[in-house]
Write a protein that binds this ligand. Structure first.
Ligand code: NOJ
Length: 510
């Protein structure tokens, strides 16, 4: 591979910031952009190359900001447009990139476009949303039931694949396309380096509005909607983004649990630059499932234009340590796996601390979709309120907030935080880990082992999923560059893997 033509994002590690829960500067119990700016050095010191920032736009917050009422302004809860400009500058000053969320499928029902659309059947913006006389059986996500809501004033139903407060835009209307392109331009002109595209597979709808058996069976349409028109929408967005200099990037959320469908959204190198691939986000600690995920990605995302991503946690799913039965040992081993496979890893804030989901009592619940547990605030300081000075944060802290706080882990050489830092450091220094080829190695069934290679730079990685020791026979002599267990590095690999241990190995110079 010619490195001079490798875009930055192929060698990058991206860190997701969920702004409500990252850091609070004004003491109102909700994180904000100034709080994020104050803690940017945490992300820089971790060694991340880019930040993906979840929505901070004006919003009534029915879906924590994924219901946008003004795409070109910052919600006062998070700060001001000036803060956003400062943030872009501060991120760049640390040599990092900033990706922001773009939510094309729907707006808030409080967006002026929808208010106008619902005002009358003859409204010039009527066709900006999807109105019908009769509903079909399509189901909305987030437990919202039917995807259609009756509008009393104009006596029609409107479509929403998520909450009724999130009406779906009609991307077949060219004025909608132009208006949403202007939103992208607004942020590109301000200097963002790319977008994470929310439910990128949902903008195209079946034009026949046919019922779907999977909806009848109770599944939301957004879990499998896969229409040719979504690809056209993405091609338009890609063209626009490519008209800007500097390798701006599109990473899509294609929430279809089939890698074979996900890969279609890279198009012929003219749609998404990268897509999330969800199977590893659902997978428990199981070598068979992981082997299948990795092999599938390696078999399907081969072409140069289909660069893989890896993600274990985000703001919509249970944190992976919780998914692995709360095991820190597994969470540590999975960090090695996540950061050494072929592709761009996405970290979710707090996984570098080994956080678990918070216990959220009935009376504390905020999210209609039941996703509060993974959205709990980050503990910065050892002592309560863990750096959240002012009114108590909007959600309770995750378990062990003292021990897992940044302050505490800074001082512990064997902490999860130090493990992530070291992994990112080793990854950054190794072309093999950043861009290299991937080859599976023979191993016992509970062990996954692979080789990465780029122009003479070679690494081997092995992960023992068993909670017993295993042996691995490797050709050549290897030195342990990093172990997921706090048992040190630097010694010669003797073929033994401790229970649930992951190792990063480099050739031993004899
Ligand atoms: C996916 C986002 O990640 C999620 O948080 C949101 O609820 C839905 N899309 C709807 O925007």
């Amino acid at each position: 591979m010619d490195l001079t033509h490798t875009p930055w994002w192929k060698g990058a590690v991206v860190y997701q910031v969920y702004p409500r829960s990252f850091a609070d500067a004004n003491g109102d119990g909700v994180g904000d952009l100034t709080g994020l700016m104050r803690q940017l050095d945490h992300i820089a010191k971790l060694g991340a190359d880019a930040i993906w920032l979840s929505p901070f736009y004006r919003s009534p917050m029915a879906d924590a900001g994924y219901d946008i009422s003004d795409h070109c302004d910052v919600d006062p809860l998070f700060g001001s447009l000036e803060d956003a400009d400062n943030l872009i500058r501060e991120v760049h000053a640390r040599d990092m990139k900033l990706l922001i969320d773009f939510v094309p499928n729907h707006t808030s029902d409080q967006h002026p476009w929808f208010i106008e659309s619902r005002s009358a059947r003859c409204s010039p913006k009527r066709d900006w949303y999807i109105w019908r006389d009769q509903p079909n059986d399509w189901r909305a996500a987030l437990g919202a039931g039917s995807a259609w809501t009756w509008d009393e004033t104009t006596q029609q139903y409107y479509l929403h694949l998520f909450l009724p407060q999130q009406p779906d835009l009609n991307w077949r209307n060219t004025e909608v396309v132009a208006a949403m392109h202007r939103v992208l331009q607004f942020w590109l002109d301000r200097g963002v380096d790319g977008f994470r595209i929310d439910v990128a597979h949902c903008t195209g709808k079946d034009p026949t509005f046919a019922d779907h058996p999977r909806c009848l069976a109770g599944e939301p349409l957004s879990d499998f909607n896969d229409q040719p028109y979504s690809h056209e929408v993405l091609r338009g967005i890609r063209k626009l983004v490519e008209s800007y200099p500097g390798d701006r990037v599109l990473v899509g959320e294609v929430n279809i649990r089939a890698t074979s469908s996900v890969v279609q959204y890279y198009g012929a190198g003219d749609e998404l630059h990268m897509s999330f691939n969800f199977p590893p986000l659902d997978a428990p600690w199981d070598p068979v499932l992981f082997r299948t995920c990795v092999r599938e990605v390696e078999a399907l995302l081969r072409p140069a234009e289909a660069w893989p991503t890896w993600v274990l946690s985000n703001h919509d799913n249970e944190r992976h340590r919780t998914r692995y039965d709360g095991s820190m040992r597994r969470a540590r081993a999975s960090a090695v796996l996540l950061l050494t496979l072929r592709g761009t890893p996405f970290l979710y804030q707090g996984e570098e601390l080994g956080l678990e989901n918070a216990e959220v009592g009935h009376d504390q619940r905020v999210d209609p979709g039941g996703r509060d547990g993974c959205r709990a605030p980050l503990p910065w300081e050892y002592d309560a309120p863990h750096g959240w000075h002012g009114v108590p944060p909007w959600l309770p802290f995750p378990p062990d907030a003292n021990e897992l706080s940044v302050e505490r882990q800074e001082r512990q050489p064997d902490s999860m935080l130090q493990l992530y830092r070291e992994l990112l450091r080793l990854r950054r220094a190794s072309p093999a880990l950043r861009w290299g080829s991937w080859q599976e190695l023979d191993s016992p069934p509970e062990v996954l082992a692979w080789r990465r290679e780029h122009e003479g730079d070679v690494r081997t990685v092995c992960v023992n999923f068993a909670d017993e020791p295993r042996e691995l026979v490797l050709e050549g002599a290897w030195r342990v560059a990093l172990s997921s267990r706090p048992d040190g590095a630097g010694h010669r690999f003797d073929g033994r893997l401790a229970p649930e241990q992951a190792l990063l190995l480099e050739p031993l110079a004899l």
